[in-house]
Write a new protein. Sequence first.
Length: 363
Amino acid sequence: MNTDLPIREDLRGRDPYGAPQLDVPVRLNTNENPHPPSPRLVQALAEAVAAVAGRLNRYPDRDAVELRKDLADYLGHGITARQVWAANGSNEIIQQILQAFGGPGRSALGFEPSYSMHPTITHVSGTRWIDAERSADFGIDPRSAIKAIEQHRPDVVFLTSPNNPTGTALPPAVIQEILAVASGMVVVDEAYAEFRREGTPSALSLLPGNRRLIVTRTMSKAFAMAGTRVGYLAADPEVVEALLLVRLPYHLSAITQVVARTALAHGDELLGAVEALRQERDGLMEWLRAEGFTAPESDANFVLFGKFADRGRVWQGLLDRGVLVREVGPPEWLRVTVGLPEEMAAFRTALTEVMAEVMGEIA
C-alpha cells in the first residue's frame, strides 16, 4: 500500500489477504464444501430468519448463549456452553485470542507452512510473529518444537491440525508435549476436523486439565456454511471470560445466530456429505500418486500436490482450461480443494493436458 495517509508504519507495504476470486467453471481454490443446502434446509433457514426478522430493531443476544449450548452439544467430550465461544468466522476467534493474550511486547509462534492468516492476524494485533519450521513430511517434530518454544517463550503457540495447506494432522502426543513446555496459550486450529480419517483423534480430548489449551473450529467447511461466517472455540471457562474483555458488543447478528443454530439442527444432513468428500479426497490422492505426483496424506478436504519446477506455469495452464486451484504454501506445490465428482474429473483432465504440454516444451 502506497499512501500518504498516516497509516501504521508496520502496515505499509503489506498486501491484504485473499485468494483469487475469478469467475471460472471449476473453482477448487478456497476449500469450500461444494454441496449447497438442500431445498429442505433452505426452507428451514428461510423460516428461521423470518421468525427473527420482526425483532431486528433490537440487539441480538450479545453472548449467543443458545448457539453456544448447541455448539457444546455438537462437540461432545463433556464440553459445556461455558467452555464455548463463537464469533464471525474462526478468523475473528483468532483475532480475539491475540487481542486477549497477545499484543505489543508479546509474541506468537507457528509452524510453517501453515494457515497464512495466523501470522497476518498476529501482525495486525501488534504481536510479534515467530516462524518455526515443520518437518520434511509437513509434521511437527516434538524435539524441534520444544527447542523453539524454550528459546522464544511465545505467549501464543499456533498448531494447525489438520494443517492448511498440507492436510496433515497432529498426533495428540505431540500436542501434549508442546503443552507441557509452553508457558503461554496453545491454540489448536481444527477448521477441517470433520474431514479427518477414521481413528484420528481431536485435540478436544486434551481439554481436561489443560487450562491454556484452546481448540478452534468453524462451520464454514464441513457444515457448508462459509457464507454464514461462524467460527467457535472450546477452552476453559476462564479463557472465554478473558475473550469477553475484547469482543465487540453484539458481534454476532441475530440472523447469524439463528442460521447457525438451524444448520446445527440439520447436522446429520449437512455432515452426510463429509464421507463422500473423504472418499473423493482419497481417490484423488491415489490418482495423483499414480500419475507421478507427490501428494502428502490429507485429513482435510483438500490435497497438496507437486512438485513443480514452475508451479505458476501449471496454475495458469489449469486456469486457461477453466480450473482454479491455489498457489499457496511451499513454492513447488499447488493445493486443490475436493469438489463434486464432475469437478474432479475436469481437474484430472486439465492437469493431464497441462503436464503433457509442459513435458512437450521440455522435450
